[in-house]
Write a protein that binds this ligand. Structure first.
Ligand SMILES: *Cc1c(COP(=O)(O)O)cnc(C)c1O
Length: 362
């Protein structure tokens, strides 16, 4: 057990928020139909339709990997390809699940600053080849907020959409941190989804305060045809579905989901502002959601780990990723910055760095 209550390791280090927990407790009273034929799943789906102000189709699956893979599989044939940013979760953190569940649809990587793909980057990848030997581009997957803690603005999304339309590409959005993006941009959820051409959204709940279960939201309802069979075959149809959907009811009622996200974003902003005052720290990307990426001297990184601060150094393009959650406290930020400041003062610049696999977090 760690001596610290909270870390900057990931937003999924956090527990279940009180509102989600309370909904779970209520869902646990008495019997209820299985496989999503229950009032909680109905209510959660209706709330999602309310949030997006449209008649979308909603399915709950166990995690983001399943949501992404099954969404992409429903857009593509096996001979198609999916374009995404080179740091995308679907490329580097899903163990090939998008390819597996689509029976081999190839993922093609697009570069771009700050974790984002651009219309030109997409077009170049599509136009590279058009012959039968090249996997035919069919979909673009955009991560909102991105793996590097940045966000796509509505205008950026619309520019991508306009290019995608001309190229015959469908749009998937990996919204593991969709709430953080909405809170950061201060937009209506529809403005960065269906009004910007998004066909399917993987709507993440886990990192924002639920325990398990992400929603697959189809704005393009035609693509949802037979999706329930795809979920069942993939082992993603929960028998006691209400325990995945009820927390969503707790989160979506009264705007809890956006308050949680805005809080996490605000803690990241505070951390960003404090770190910016320290000359030895280099901030790597604009802080737009709930993460701060910073470069610290390697001996300091190890010294912080030895003080039991947990954070990763291998996400995206390197640097320390400091992730805030719905329950991060201002004091956590201040304690971290105080430790960092003290270590910078007391550690010689040439202090030895332990060898070994730095990708494994201590
Ligand atoms: C966490 C995350 C996911 C989902 O991961 P699971 O562990 O499968 O729930 C998807 N995309 C991004 C960008 C993420 O950070």
């Amino acid at each position: 057990m760690s001596k610290r209550a909270r870390h900057f390791g990931s937003d999924n280090y956090a527990g279940i928020c009180p509102e989600a927990w309370q909904a779970l407790e209520q869902a646990n009273r008495g019997h209820c139909a299985g496989y999503g034929e229950d009032v909680w799943t109905q209510k959660a789906s209706d709330l999602i339709r309310e949030v997006f102000e449209t008649d979308c189709e909603v399915f709950f699956v166990f995690n983001g990997t399943a949501a992404n893979s099954l969404s992409l599989a429903s857009m593509c044939q096996s001979y198609h390809s999916i374009l995404c940013h080179e740091t995308a979760h679907v490329e580097s953190d899903e163990c090939g699940a998008p390819e597996f569940f689509s029976n081999g649809t190839k993922v093609l990587l697009v570069a771009g600053p700050n974790g984002k793909v651009s219309p030109d980057g997409i077009e170049q990848m599509v136009k590279r080849r058009s012959d039968v030997h090249y996997p035919k581009p069919r979909a673009v997957s955009l991560t909102q907020a991105t793996e590097l803690g940045t966000v796509y603005t509505p205008d950026e999304l619309k520019a991508i959409w306009s290019r995608c339309r001309g190229l015959g590409l469908r749009i998937h959005m990996d919204g593991a941190r969709f709430a953080n993006a909405v809170a950061s941009l201060d937009v209506k959820p529809k403005e960065i989804t269906w009004q910007a051409g998004v066909d399917i959204l993987s709507f993440g709940g886990t990192k924002n305060g639920t325990h398990v279960g992400d929603a697959v939201v189809f704005f393009n309802r035609e693509l949802a045809r037979e999706f329930e069979w795809r979920c069942k075959q993939a082992g993603q149809l929960a028998s006691k579905m209400r325990f995945m959907s009820a927390p969503w009811v707790g989160m979506l009622q009264d705007g809890v989901w956006l308050r949680n996200a805005a809080h996490a974003n605000a803690m990241a902003q505070l951390l960003h502002d404090e770190l910016s005052k320290i000359p030895e720290v280099k901030i790597l990307f604009p802080r737009q959601a709930n993460a701060v990426f910073a470069e610290l001297p390697p001996p300091i990184v190890h010294a912080l780990w030895r003080r039991d601060w947990k954070f990763y150094t291998f996400i995206g393009q390197g640097g320390c990723r400091l992730m805030c959650a719905w329950d991060t406290q201002e004091q956590d930020v201040r304690d971290f910055v105080a430790d960092l400041t003290q270590l910078l003062r007391d550690t010689p610049a040439d202090a030895p760095v332990p060898s070994g696999n730095h990708r494994v977090m201590k």
